[in-house]
Design a protein around this ligand. Sequence first.
Ligand SMILES: N[C@@H](CCC(=O)N[C@@H](CS)C(=O)NCC(=O)O)C(=O)O
Length: 249
Amino acid sequence: MTRPLLMERSMITLYGSFPAFGLPHASPFVLKTEVQLKMAEIPYCLARGFPADGPKKKIPYIVEANQMIGDSTFIRDHIEKAYGVDLDRGLTPDMRAHSWAIERMLEDHLYWAIVYERWMIDENFAAGPAHFFDTLPSGVREAARDTARRTVADNLRGHGLGRHSREEIADLGCRSLAALATLLGNKAYLMGPAPSAVDATAFAMIAAATAPVFVSSLRTFAEERPNLIRYRDRLMRDYYPAFAARRAA
Ligand SMILES: N[C@@H](CCC(=O)N[C@@H](CS)C(=O)NCC(=O)O)C(=O)O
């Protein structure tokens, strides 16, 4: 189907993160949104975004003409409505409901276990998020690192997951990965033979949970589930072929 609106719209700019931790984006939510833009075949450009500049004080956010939209779910809504795309085309109401439930499990539960592992385990913090501050002047760098880490600890506590021990958090996160592995089974994509929106989220969260630079119970657990790893690698090849090829080399 032709989309005449496409010619008249100004290009979307996706404000997000940057390649890091052996992944195309440090942020799984930015990865999700970029994959959904690719699935929708909508032209876009990428720019470095900072949470403080976004309407929800988080990344990703998009800017299109004079509109700024924050939060990956609302970004998806926008692109589907504005460009006449349905990323869940062909899915039954039951499948759409399952997709929503899977997304919530991954974004509102597994994500926080990933955040815990990256930010709260000392060696992971040193190998990963600590470097976000490397370009700051030396006089303020350490203070900025400490403040950011304390804020993340507070957010984890506010969410609730951060009240548990490291072992308990790993256990809970692995339960989400186990559920995902069971739901995926031997299918190519979560809802069957064709990709749909939930695959963008699942790909992003599995990729984040298995990022090579971190010491991670989630990564070890996922790597023992070949269907999750095959799925992650297939989506990486589908949407980031150059990146997948570099990783394989
Ligand atoms: N519900 C949001 C979550 C986005 C999110 O948590 N982004 C993180 C990066 S992965 C962020 O911007 N964190 C900065 C902060 O919380 O200050 C979405 O779906 O876009």
